[in-house]
Design a protein around this ligand. Structure first.
Ligand SMILES: Cc1cc2nc3c(=O)[nH]c(=O)nc-3n(C[C@H](O)[C@H](O)[C@H](O)COP(=O)(O)OP(=O)(O)OC[C@H]3O[C@@H](n4cnc5c(N)ncnc54)[C@H](O)[C@@H]3O)c2cc1C
Ligand SMILES: *[C@@H]1O[C@H](CO)[C@@H](O)[C@H](O)[C@H]1NC(C)=O
Ligand SMILES: *[C@@H]1O[C@H](CO)[C@@H](O)[C@H](O)[C@H]1NC(C)=O
Ligand SMILES: *[C@@H]1O[C@H](CO)[C@@H](O)[C@H](O)[C@H]1NC(C)=O
Ligand SMILES: *[C@@H]1O[C@H](CO)[C@@H](O)[C@H](O)[C@H]1NC(C)=O
Length: 491
């Protein structure tokens, strides 16, 4: 009711002024990939005259971050991007950046005693081996993933035609109908069993992949599970110089005002029939207040998360339920203890990645021999007996004895504690809303469907289109049904 009244006020003011003008000032909270991308897309939609202020409490890039070891930089947060992630590909082209060359490496799954699944160089042999081990499960998984990816890719077409969705459910429904929405509500294990993947394959292979990407068990939603499995299929890339360059360069291109401050509150102000949002923010330089026509919240909202309070909203903007999952990244420069993995002779250890099987006794989730963000043509991976840079992801900080188990010896260890992804078990029957108020949008809720760099970019484009379509009342471009069919006949 209150929303309807506000909307009527707003429609009245807009029409009394003739052709509506674009918003004058927009605030974006958070300069991760979500915030940087939305600043860029908002400018594309509304034009260069709109002032866009981007607030960042910590560092530009957010969960895209690098760490320096021995004068070389390495990815500390999100490391890889799928080849079908088209927004990220577009950004790299637009910004004149390069995709980093992939350095081949093999992976294996470790169950605490031995390596249970080893990847070989030869793709066919690999396939044969998987077939021999797991039979039809492997093919069923491939088909399931391919169908999902194909449907997911529809989003790029919808967005290219300016269509937006007012909720994550609407967005998913337009891509894959009710089935897609169901994939956010049922576990990945359940969904795979249903398409005929065997329990054994799920327990031995899928569990390790899901654990390495989301640090959580097979109870995570099928949609998120599919995203992590797609990542395990190969065809991954990264940005030369570091993934976070996409954020810094997008903000430069947009000429957004980057304000180094933490936003602590957003209040609704109503002056002279005009609705404005007042942002409270604080930094070392003190406190500040600024007003905006539109605000995009591009950082996760959860209890104990970014702590933004919403004031004067009627109905109130409620605190969103759920928590985020902690992951510790340790970047270790040292000598791997290959004995621990059953290879007493270091030279013979052939793997560059080890995923932990679903065994609660294992104190790490994954271990990767990582390459610097700048890889020259002559770069080669370190031999297994040489000192190398490894990234270990674990639930808790690694203790000395654990480090001594994984590494014969090491020169340095640097750690970072991440609030990494939604803790899916703490959910949420419903996915979080996108529209918090007329011109106040929440971008990061999409992570409850799946958390990845590209999902944030997709959400950014959706929010920019939604904000634009709502501002200029292009209602026909919001939540359109049957878009697949509509776009086919329109073209
Ligand atoms: C260890 C790790 C590995 C990962 N691996 C991958 C991977 O391989 N592939 C992949 O696709 N994804 C991966 N992810 C997930 C991916 O990093 C995230 O989904 C994505 O980066 C989220 O981007 P975002 O912009 O939505 O959020 P964030 O990057 O979290 O950005 C939010 C920003 O808002 C700022 N902020 C927060 N509160 C406030 C406030 N009150 N005021 C102002 N600023 C504020 C934060 O400092 C932050 O910079 C990984 C994540 C982690 C942690
Ligand atoms: C989605 O889930 C609901 C509830 O479990 C079920 O009734 C419905 O048949 C499912 N739809 C599809 C298309 O799977
Ligand atoms: C790393 O790559 C980035 C992007 O291509 C480039 O700007 C930078 O100069 C490179 N750094 C080194 C040390 O080669
Ligand atoms: C948010 O508030 C909680 C509890 O008041 C606090 O523990 C947490 O550190 C705060 N988060 C940030 C990012 O300031
Ligand atoms: C390496 O692993 C083996 C086997 O688990 C273990 O006995 C040894 O203590 C570990 N550490 C070193 C430094 O060899």
């Amino acid at each position: 009711m209150a929303v309807a009244l506000l909307l009527m006020c707003y429609l009245a003011t807009a029409s009394s002024e003739g052709a509506p003008s674009p918003p004058e000032r927009i605030a974006v909270v958070g300069a991760g990939i979500g915030g940087s991308a939305v600043a860029h897309f908002l400018q594309q939609q509304f034009g260069p005259q709109v002032q866009i202020d981007v607030y960042e409490a910590d560092s530009i890039g957010g969960r895209l971050a690098t760490i320096t070891v021995n004068n070389q930089q390495y990815e500390f947060g999100s490391a890889t991007i799928h080849s079908l992630n088209l927004h990220m590909q577009d950004f790299v082209k637009l910004l004149g950046l390069k995709q980093r060359r992939e350095v081949a490496g093999k992976a294996a799954i470790f169950n605490g005693e031995q390596l249970v699944l080893e990847e070989t160089d030869w793709y066919l042999l690999n396939l044969f081996r998987l077939w021999w081990h797991y039979g039809i499960s492997f093919l069923r998984l491939q088909m399931w993933l391919e169908e999902m990816m194909e449907k997911f890719m529809r989003i790029y077409k919808y967005q290219a035609h300016g269509y937006a969705f007012s909720s994550v459910d609407e967005l998913l429904h337009s891509l894959g109908g009710e089935r897609f929405i169901n994939l956010t509500r049922r576990s990945v294990a359940e969904s795979l069993l249903e398409v005929g993947v065997t329990q054994r394959f799920i327990d031995e292979v899928i569990a390790a992949v899901v654990r390495a990407s989301y640090a959580q068990p097979l109870t995570i939603p099928a949609f998120a599970g599919a995203m992590s499995l797609a990542g395990a299929q190969g065809n991954m890339w990264a940005v030369e110089g570091g993934n976070k360059l996409v954020c810094t360069e997008l903000l430069k291109l947009t000429k957004a005002n980057v304000i180094r401050a933490r936003v602590t509150g957003i209040a609704l102000l109503s002056t002279e029939g005009k609705m404005l949002y007042q942002l409270r923010h604080e930094s070392d330089g003190g406190h500040g207040l600024d007003t905006y026509d539109m605000v995009i919240v591009a950082t996760p909202q959860y209890q104990g998360g970014s702590n933004i309070s919403f004031e004067n909203f009627e109905p109130s903007v409620v605190e969103l339920p759920g928590t985020y999952h902690r992951i510790v990244a340790s970047v270790v420069h040292g000598y791997l203890n290959s004995s621990y993995f059953g290879f007493p002779e270091p030279k013979l250890f052939p793997f560059s990645s080890v995923l932990a099987a679903d065994n609660p006794d294992l104190f790490f989730n994954s271990l990767d021999n990582i390459c610097p963000v700048n890889v020259s043509a002559s770069f080669r991976r370190k031999q297994p007996q040489e000192a190398a840079v490894w990234r270990v992801l674990s639930q808790r900080p690694l203790e000395k004895p654990q480090l001594k188990t994984l590494f014969r010896s090491y020169y340095s260890v640097q750690t970072r504690d991440w609030a990494a992804y939604p803790h899916y078990a703490s959910a949420l029957k419903e996915l979080p809303p996108i529209v918090l108020h007329d011109n106040l949008f929440y971008l990061s809720g999409i992570e409850w469907a799946a958390s990845s760099v590209e999902m944030s970019a997709v959400a950014a484009k959706n929010v920019a289109l939604l904000a634009f379509n709502r501002w200029f009342q292009h209602h026909e471009k919001i939540d359109q049904k049957d878009l697949m069919h509509k776009l086919k006949t329109e073209l």
